[in-house]
Ligand binder design. Sequence first.
Ligand SMILES: Cc1cc2nc3c(=O)[nH]c(=O)nc-3n(C[C@H](O)[C@H](O)[C@H](O)COP(=O)(O)O)c2cc1C
Length: 181
Amino acid sequence: MALLDLLKHRKSIRSYLDRVVEREKIMMCLEAARVAPSACNSQPWKFIIVDDRELKNKLCDAAFSGIYSVNSFCKMAPVIVAVVSEKSKFLARIGGMFRGTKYYLIDIGIACEHFVLQAEDLGLGTCWIGWFNEQAVKSILNVPRNKKIDILIALGYYDRENVCLEDDREPMDKIASFNSY
Ligand SMILES: Cc1cc2nc3c(=O)[nH]c(=O)nc-3n(C[C@H](O)[C@H](O)[C@H](O)COP(=O)(O)O)c2cc1C
């Protein structure tokens, strides 16, 4: 698929088929994330793939209860990816402090979107998940207390025929201009 078509076909998927996702496909998504650019080539990420059904269900029950239950649809997804934010390289951290910019979040965003787009190309659906009980996820996945999990990604097969591809984005003239603000 041409890149722009792929980008337009990617939508957040909140309903998944009960079908195992092959490890080879997950590895391709991880490879896409691995080659992502990052400030000072810091690569400040670690991806924890949760594809063991029992563990994934336990994780979802803990991550999406109470105020987070709006995201309990994730339990339908056969795979949950927890993205651990790792320490950036010294230069990126210092530069980020001077600039007041959290480069590591930009880096993680790019790597995750690589993952997500590779998934889409393989016929897999995803949903970025930023609203979840982080402490519960860290505890279940044995993530050290000093680390952060800023984002999860739900991953799985989905019904490609029943996705609304409506363009709900801002018009071009609102988001871009040439040569001046
Ligand atoms: C950083 C980030 C966090 C998000 N968190 C959630 C979330 O917690 N739950 C959810 O259902 N969707 C979440 N989304 C998906 C957005 O709602 C979605 O991308 C947006 O509405 C555009 O729709 P589309 O992805 O279908 O094009 C998140 C997306 C991003 C990029």
